[in-house]
Design a protein around this ligand. Structure first.
Ligand code: NOJ
Length: 546
């Protein structure tokens, strides 16, 4: 076997998503084709060759729909049209066609918990007044005197109720520009079934379901109080807002729509909170098929944390029979190399939660650990979700000035939570030039002056670069990945993550401070060069026993 052979051209269609590598494109920050400083769909199309060469199976496009951008596009004003800033429907069709020509599938985001306040339904609700049918599509309630109807809180800080001119309040789990929909309403349910068909008819291969666990709420009067909202505690179905059993009926209906197509459309649920067995219910074959497992994002650079998280996810996922997924980075999290260079005692999301005083990290250490973690994730069974720029080894941009911050959490938290802009800085494509090739008109978030050295141009063909490691690993993974979900743990000592897959493929990660000996007949790839059979610290290798 030659480890770096090109992948076979055709991939099986049935259940393609089970072991797919999906690459998240945050369109505003990927590439800007028209020089307005904001990335767009045409920019994605221009760079499909990069994604093809990388060896991904699918692109997940974060929202590109009509949006006033109160929350980076997750405030959708029209679920069936492209925002003019990002392109047109014809341009979207061209992107799908060109991606498919390269055997790259397209997943789009479905944001169904809320709409933008500019959505015609919400405008109607405001105009129609209290008690109207238009208001019933959202969650309008009378307050308790001058106080909001309940103690529900917004994810972005502050209360989850906003008062309107006639004195009623509406519920918003995110910004006040994102009113929550009433999922007890038939018209709301039908609208999203039609929206799924709209995109599936255009050739979309799958859907990423935003806030999948919040659609159905306990809205019975009197509204129940919300227990402490702690993103670090798993859900148990008792919260009035999150993970209600009734939400699964919605996804059974969605599955029936997905199965109208050949091949059936795929879907992945986003649910925040640590993964537990309930999380995987969303991934049942009768529902969405996949749910994001964010367990790896909760781990510091610590062998025991990673092994415990992986074991738990493997156990939890067996209960539901759906697909397994892994995520290290996304548009909502601190980029994983930076996160993993933090001391073990620091919360992994410390930067998001801080007011901007980022802890110091060593960029070399971050780069080493980031790559090692990637090799570990890619060796696990199931599907892996990558986030744009991680192939370049980009670090979190930690020093954005308050005037550059766009994330609504900054304002809503009274300038105490910096938010997610640090992982959304536009990509560098070239060593030099305006915005390092992102676009001719600069970039909507400032890029670090050093980013030319991380660009695609600077890393292409460079042995030992992050980009070439990702390319090699992804191509190799296509040949090695097996359907078997078992992981056989190897005891290789304190601080060493070591597991073997059914076909003899092994992954060993050195989380100690010393080099460790790798006993294998064949080293397929490593994140740092081995020296005399020794794997350096903060490094990972794939080996084969055969
Ligand atoms: C989850 C998305 O990933 C995040 O970016 C967004 O702010 C919220 N959902 C609200 O839609």
């Amino acid at each position: 076997m030659t480890p770096f052979e090109a992948p076979s051209a055709a991939r099986p269609v049935v259940g393609w998503w089970r072991d797919a590598v999906v690459y998240e494109v945050y369109p505003r920050s990927f590439a800007d084709s028209n020089g307005d400083g904001v990335g767009d769909l045409e920019g994605v199309r221009h760079h499909l060759d990069h994604l093809d060469a990388l060896g991904i199976d699918a692109i997940w496009l974060s929202p590109f729909y009509m949006s006033p951008l109160a929350d980076g596009g997750y405030d959708v004003a029209d679920h069936r049209d492209v925002d003019p800033l990002l392109g047109t429907l014809d341009g979207f069709d061209a992107l799908v066609a060109d991606a498919h020509a390269r055997q790259i599938r397209i997943i789009v985001d479905i944001v169904a918990n809320h709409t933008s306040d500019r959505h015609p339904w919400f405008q109607d609700a405001l105009a129609a007044g209290r008690g109207s049918a238009a208001r019933d599509r959202y969650i309008f309630r009378d307050g308790d005197g001058e106080r909001p109807p309940s103690d529900w809180r917004s994810h972005f800080g502050g209360g989850a109720w906003q008062r309107v001119a006639d004195g009623q309040w509406y519920c918003h789990l995110f910004t006040r520009e994102q009113p929550d929909l009433n999922w007890d309403h038939d018209e709301v349910r039908q609208y999203f079934l039609d929206t799924l068909r709209f995109w599936a008819d255009r050739g979309v291969d799958g859907f990423r379901v935003d806030m999948a666990h919040t659609l159905v709420k306990d809205l019975a009067a009197p509204l129940r109080s919300q227990p402490d909202l702690d993103l670090h505690l798993p859900l148990d179905g008792s919260d009035p807002l999150y993970d209600r059993d009734g939400v699964h009926v919605v996804y059974e209906g969605w599955r029936r729509v997905f199965d109208e197509y050949d091949p059936p459309r795929a879907a992945v649920a986003e649910t925040w909170y640590p993964t537990n067995a309930r999380t995987y219910l969303y991934a049942r074959p009768s529902e969405l098929g996949q749910v994001f497992d964010f367990s790896l994002q909760q781990c510091a650079w610590d062998r025991d944390q990673f092994v415990a998280a992986i074991r738990r996810s493997l156990d939890d996922h067996r209960i539901a029979g759906g697909g397994l997924t892994w995520v290290l980075s996304s548009h909502d999290a601190v980029r994983h190399p930076s996160r993993l260079a933090l001391p073990v005692a620091v919360r992994p999301d410390a930067w998001l939660l801080s007011n901007g005083t980022a802890p110091h990290i060593d960029p070399q250490l971050a780069a080493r650990r980031g790559r090692a973690a990637t090799l570990m994730m890619l060796a696990l069974p199931g599907s892996a979700y990558l986030y744009q720029g991680e192939e370049l080894g980009l670090l979190e941009v930690a020093d954005l000035s308050p005037s550059s911050v766009h994330d609504p959490t900054w304002e809503r938290s009274g300038h105490t939570v910096r938010g997610r802009d640090g992982c959304r800085v536009p990509l560098p494509w070239t060593r030099a030039g305006t915005s390092f090739g992102f676009g001719a008109g600069g970039s909507w978030l400032p890029q670090p002056a050093t980013w030319g050295a991380c660009s695609v141009e600077a890393q292409t063909g460079v042995i030992g670069s992050s980009l070439e490691m990702y390319r090699a690993a992804l191509h190799l993974r296509r040949r090695l990945q097996v359907a078997d979900d078992e992981v056989e743990w190897q005891d290789s000592g304190v601080g060493i993550v070591h597991f073997r897959r059914a076909n003899g493929w092994e992954c060993i990660v050195n989380m100690t401070a010393e080099p460790v000996r790798v006993a294998a007949s064949q080293v397929l790839i490593s994140s740092r060069r081995l020296d005399g059979g020794l794997l350096p610290c903060d490094a990972a290798a794939w080996t084969h026993a055969g």
